[in-house]
Design a protein. Sequence first.
Length: 386
Amino acid sequence: MISEPFEDILIYFSESLLGKENEDDILWDLAKNCISKLGFVDCVIYLLDPENDILVQKAAYGPKNPKDKTLFNHLEIALGYGITGAVAKTGRAEIINNTSDDPRYIEDDDNRLSEICVPIAHENIVYGVIDCEHPEVGFFTPHHLKMLTAVASICAIKIKSVRANKELAEKQEKLLKIREEMLELKLRALNSQLNPHFVFNSLNAIQYFVTSEKKKLALEYLSTFSRLMRFYLKQLDKDTVSLYNEIDMLHWYLKLQKLRYDDSFEYTISLEKNTEKLKEAIIPSFVIHTLFENIIEHSMFNQHKGQHFNILFSASETEVVIEVEYRDLDSDISNQPEYRASILKWQDQIELLNTVKGYAIQNQTQTITNGKEQYRKTSLTLPNLI
């Protein structure tokens, strides 16, 4: 019989679970206290695995599990099967006065004649069940049921709290990891775009214009170079950028690269008629530049003279599309300079952004034949993050 007052026992169970943030500790403590405080001889606790519709034994005290936190017979019961499975499925507690008269009874290590089974539930969510048996017929009373139901409710609230805290901690950890990956991506992109070879060549070009007394070209080159550097540094702490600002950046970058490579290529940037969508569009930062850096460097390394890059931007409410068409010449990517090998690959950047941010960026490259010449067309579809 239960000797202590109802309220005192509930306070004891509540205080016993206080501070525990591990489900196993909660369940083992609960099973142990059902024996010591409620006067039961056997207590088994199951948790529901909703994905597989089974009850998994997590803790047990009694003759079959006398050792602390050790399961000697790790049971799994299908949802709806046996008395325990039925209680988990319906969410309604049951007292079985004589298990020999109930065909649902599943004998474990020994046949016990009475059973009480209570769902661990809160707000119509069943987390598991508390199942207690006794060798005497009709041992469990409505008072036992009231007490065990209240204890199960305390346990359910505690499990809900622990799982919510765990989920929050996992989200925070994931968010921190995402931020670290994004910062690493930005630094890799910035390092790629500010690679020493590009910077030194740009400075050398400025020096050449100055020493050649081509002051207008020197000022123009220096102004463009400084704009580009400010743009990069300003975008370092941002995940998104205005498409129009990015197009300006692309103009500056291509202008510098054209000067750097002695006018070895030409380019045309076209905007679709729906300019309002283009003006409003917001896209992930550092993507467009990485794409063109790869295309330009690859083309110039293979000495594709007379190259012309036709660039078209279009936008809708949900996406921004960049299409680049240029001559597809034979190329050799072997034995390339070290600085080019260190340039961030635009496909790798897209894959990381899709994984980390879930942007679903799409890219496609195809070869187009026009008479005797072949053209490569690269399309990049970015989300419009407006």
